[in-house]
Design a protein around this ligand. Structure first.
Ligand code: HEC
Ligand code: HEC
Ligand code: HEC
Ligand code: HEC
Length: 506
C-alpha cells in the first residue's frame, strides 16, 4: 500500500471524504454527550405540568400528577416486606421483643405500646393505632397534645399557615385536630411547590437554628439533603413554659448535640418527662436523635447525607431520578452503599450487622442494670428511705436511662455512629452501677443486705402485669375509637379537601 499522503495526492476526493467523515463522527459524539446531559436534568425540568396547586396542598396524589416517578416510588413506603437483622419495614412489637422496656418505662405511655416504625406511608394511621394516644371516645380526651401530629403529615404546615402560628397548631388535646390531619408525610413537607427545591416546613428546626446562631440562609444543598429529615428525626421535648397552655415543640440543642449536652440542658431547666412508677426517679424519654447521632459519625464528617443512603438516585428508561422509597438501605445495597464502596454486598451487610451486634451486647447489659436499679430503689422506698437519701441515686438512674435511651431510640444509630454510641452506653453502665452501689449501702443501712430478685418479665404480658397495667380495657376502648371516631374524621376531611383549589392544565 502507498502512504496515505501519496494516495490523497492522486485522488483529492479521498481527502475530502475523510475530512467529512471525521466531522460527522465528531458531530454525532457531540449529540450523544448532550443527550446524556439533558436526560440527567430531565427529571427536574423536562416535565409537563399537569396540575397547578398551592404550597399547602396536603395530598400527595395531587403533587404526584406532576411527578409520577417520585410519587410512585414514595408510595412504596407502604411495602412492609423487608426485614433486616434488627430493622426494616415490618411491624415489630418492641415490647414483645424486649419486655425489659416495659419496666424501664413504667408509669409512662411507652410501657403500654411501642412498635418499630414501618414507613412514612403509615405515619398517620400508626399514631391512631398506638395505645399511647389513648381512645378519645364519648367525650373523653387523649393524654397527648396536638403537638404529637407535628411530624406526621403535610396537613401540619397547611394548618400552621391557616391558624397563623405554630403555637395555635400545638394548642389543645390530640383529638381536637384529628379531622384536620389525615394525609401521611409527603411532598409538601420537604419541597417548595414552585421550584421543587428542598424546603424546611417545620418551625421547630428553624427556631432552634435561630436560637443557636446557625445561619439558615447559608445552608448548602448537600446539608439540605439531611436537614429535611432533621425536621422530624431528632430529639425533642414539649416546652410548657414558652406559650401559656401550649406544649411547644422544642429541640434541646442549645448546648450541643451529644447525650451529655442535652442532659445538661434538661437538668438546667429542671425538665422531666415523667416520674418512674417504681423508683420515683424524675425521668427523661429520648425520642429519636437520628440526626444528632449521625452528625458524630464518619459518614457525616465525609459529607455523606441522609438522602445519599436512604434516597439514592435510580435510572429508569434512561431517566435518572431520586428514589423516594425511603427505607433501610440494606434493602438495596447496590444503589446505596455500592455507589461509594467497591466491596461485595455480603461484606457491606456484614459490616452493618457486626456493628449492631456489638452495640446491642452492651446495651442489653445496661438495660438489665436499669431494671435492677428501679426495683432496688422501690425496695428502698418501701423500707422507709427518705427523699434526701434517695436524691443522688435517682439522679443516677435518670442519667443512666437517658443515655441508654439516647442510644436505643434511633434505630439506625449503631451504624450511623458506632463509636459514639458505644461510648455513651459505657458511660450509662458506669452511672447505673454508681447508683446501685449507693443503693446497696442504703438498703443495708435500712436493714436489707440480700440480693433483690430479678422479676419474671420474660414476656410482654408478664412485664405489663408486673407493673400493674390493665391492657384489656385499653385495647377494647381503642378498637371502639378506631371503628367509630376515625371514619368520622376521614369523612370531614374528604368534604374539606373537595373544596381545595387545584387547576388542571391544558
Ligand atoms: C422526606 C423528604 C421528601 C419527601 C417527603 C419528598 N421528597 Fe422529593 N426529594 C427529596 C430529596 C432529598 C430529593 C433530592 C433533591 C436534591 O438533591 O436536589 C428530592 C427530589 C425530588 C425531585 C427532583 C427530581 C429528582 O427525582 O431528583 C422531585 C421532582 C421530587 N423530589 C418530587 C417529590 C414528590 C412528588 C413528592 C411527594 C410524592 C416528594 N418529592 C416527597 C426529599 C423528599
Ligand atoms: C414530617 C416528618 C418526617 C420527615 C420530614 C422525615 N421523616 Fe422519616 N419518619 C417519620 C415518621 C413519623 C416515621 C414513622 C412512620 C411509621 O412507621 O408510622 C418515619 C420513618 C422513617 C423510616 C423507617 C422506615 C422503615 O423502613 O423502618 C426511615 C428509614 C426514615 N423515616 C427516614 C427518613 C429520611 C432519610 C428522611 C429525610 C429524607 C425522613 N425520614 C424525613 C417522620 C419523618
Ligand atoms: C456517598 C458515599 C457513601 C455512601 C453512599 C456510603 N458510604 Fe460508607 N463511607 C464513605 C466514606 C467517604 C467513608 C470514609 C472512608 C474514608 O475516608 O476512608 C465511609 C466509611 C464507611 C465505613 C467505615 C467507617 C465506619 O463508620 O465504620 C463503613 C463500614 C461504611 N462506610 C459502610 C457503608 C455502608 C454499609 C453503606 C451503605 C448503607 C455506605 N457505607 C454508604 C462513603 C459512603
Ligand atoms: C452511610 C449511609 C447512611 C447515612 C448517611 C444515613 N443512614 Fe440511616 N441507616 C443506614 C443503615 C445501614 C441503617 C441500618 C438499616 C438496617 O439495620 O436495616 C440505617 C437505619 C436508619 C433508620 C432505621 C431504619 C429502619 O429500618 O428502621 C432510620 C430512621 C435512619 N437510618 C434515618 C437516617 C437519617 C435521618 C439520616 C441522616 C440524619 C441517616 N439515616 C443517614 C445508613 C445510613
Amino acid at each position: 500500500m502507498k502512504p496515505l499522503a501519496e494516495q490523497i495526492k492522486q485522488k483529492p476526493w479521498l481527502g475530502w471524504l475523510m475530512f467529512f467523515a471525521t466531522m460527522a463522527i465528531v458531530f454525532l459524539l457531540g449529540l450523544l454527550a448532550s443527550s446524556i446531559m439533558e436526560r440527567r436534568a430531565e427529571a427536574v425540568f423536562a416535565y409537563v405540568k399537569q396540575v397547578d396547586h398551592s404550597q399547602f396542598e396536603p395530598r400527595n396524589e395531587i403533587w404526584g400528577q406532576n411527578f409520577p416517578r417520585e410519587y410512585q416510588s414514595y408510595m412504596k413506603t407502604a411495602d412492609t416486606s423487608f426485614r433486616s437483622k434488627y430493622n426494616g419495614s415490618a411491624t415489630i412489637d418492641m415490647l414483645e421483643e424486649d419486655p425489659r422496656l416495659v419496666v424501664l418505662w413504667a408509669g409512662y405511655a411507652f410501657s403500654k405500646d411501642y412498635k418499630q416504625s414501618r414507613g412514612h406511608y403509615y405515619a398517620v394511621s400508626d399514631v391512631w393505632n398506638t395505645l399511647r394516644t389513648g381512645a378519645p371516645i364519648n367525650g373523653t380526651t387523649s393524654p397527648q397534645p396536638n403537638t404529637c401530629w407535628t411530624c406526621k403529615s403535610p396537613d401540619v404546615p397547611r394548618l400552621m399557615n391557616e391558624l397563623g402560628s405554630a403555637a395555635e397548631f400545638y394548642k389543645g388535646n390530640w383529638e381536637t385536630k384529628g379531622h384536620e390531619v389525615v394525609n401521611h408525610i409527603g411532598c409538601a413537607d420537604c419541597h417548595d411547590a414552585k421550584t421543587m427545591n428542598l424546603r424546611i416546613s417545620r418551625p421547630a428546626l428553624i427556631e432552634t437554628f435561630e436560637r443557636t446562631g446557625k445561619d439558615i440562609e447559608n445552608i448548602s444543598h448537600q446539608e439540605m439533603r439531611s436537614l429535611v429529615c432533621a425536621q422530624c428525626h431528632v430529639e425533642y421535648y414539649f416546652n410548657k413554659k414558652k406559650v401559656e397552655g401550649v406544649s411547644y415543640l422544642t429541640f434541646p440543642w442549645d448546648k450541643g448535640y451529644s447525650a451529655e449536652n442535652m442532659e445538661a440542658y434538661y437538668d438546667e431547666i429542671g425538665f422531666t418527662d415523667w416520674v418512674h412508677a417504681l423508683s420515683k426517679a424524675p425521668m427523661l424519654k429520648a425520642q429519636h436523635p437520628d440526626y444528632e447521632v449521625y452528625l458524630t459519625g464518619t459518614h457525616a464528617s465525609r459529607g455523606v447525607s441522609c438522602a445519599d443512603c436512604h434516597m439514592p438516585y435510580i435510572s429508569e428508561g434512561g431517566v435518572k431520578y431520586t428514589n423516594h422509597h425511603i427505607s433501610s438501605p440494606l434493602a438495596n445495597p447496590a444503589s446505596t452503599c455500592q455507589v461509594c464502596h467497591r466491596q461485595e454486598t455480603d461484606k457491606l451487610i456484614a459490616d452493618v450487622y457486626s456493628r449492631q451486634d456489638k452495640i446491642i451486647e452492651n446495651r442489653d447489659k445496661l438495660e438489665m442494670l436499669l431494671v435492677r436499679a428501679h426495683i432496688e430503689a422501690k425496695k428502698a422506698w418501701d423500707l422507709g428511705a427518705s427523699e434526701a437519701q434517695m436524691k443522688d441515686i435517682l439522679t443516677n438512674i435518670r442519667h443512666a436511662q437517658w443515655r441508654w435511651d439516647y442510644t436505643a431510640a434511633g434505630h439506625g444509630s449503631s451504624f450511623h455512629s458506632p463509636v459514639e454510641i458505644g461510648r455513651v452506653i459505657s458511660t450509662g453502665i458506669d452511672i447505673a452501677q454508681e447508683g446501685r452501689i449507693k443503693l446497696a449501702r442504703l438498703l443495708s443501712d435500712l436493714g436489707h443486705n440480700k440480693e433483690i430478685p430479678y422479676p419474671d418479665i420474660s414476656t410482654k404480658a408478664k412485664a405489663q402485669e408486673f407493673i400493674g397495667l390493665d391492657m384489656k380495657t385499653m385495647n377494647s376502648e381503642k378498637s371502639v375509637f378506631m371503628q367509630k371516631v376515625v371514619p368520622e374524621w376521614l369523612e370531614i376531611a374528604r368534604e374539606r379537601e373537595s373544596n381545595y383549589a387545584v387547576k388542571t392544565m391544558n
